[in-house]
Design a binder for this molecule. Structure first.
Ligand SMILES: [Zn+2]
Length: 109
């Protein structure tokens, strides 16, 4: 059923290759091949295991022109509103973190 690349989320192999691309220098997001900063300027550094492919246009394609590297809290903060500014994303993440404790303890600080 799954096909390589294209608009769908794809197989686990596709997703891994997508994450590897996001942290690569080639993708242009400031990565060095092992880590990349979260696109939403929260300061978190993301390796290939935790980086998420955040879609610029929600529900849109997972093609490379529609994805940016994001941490889970920022990705979740944008999940119902793709037009949030960096500051608004940070506010949402802070509010969520204050409510539940750190979502991602390993990344705190
Ligand atoms: Zn982030």
């Amino acid at each position: 059923m799954a096909r390589a690349g294209g608009d769908k989320r794809g197989s686990s192999g596709d997703r891994k290759r997508r994450r590897e691309w996001l942290v690569s220098a080639e993708s242009g997001f400031g990565g060095n091949g092992s880590e990349v900063p979260c696109y939403w300027e929260c300061g978190r550094m993301l390796n290939v295991w935790i980086v998420e492919a955040d879609r610029i246009v929600p529900g849109g394609s997972y093609r490379r022109d529609n994805i940016v590297p994001a941490c889970r809290p920022c990705n979740l903060a944008r999940s119902d509103n793709a037009f949030l500014t960096v500051d608004q994303i940070a506010e949402r993440v802070a509010a969520t973190t204050a409510k539940r404790g750190s979502l991602v303890p390993a990344l705190a600080g």
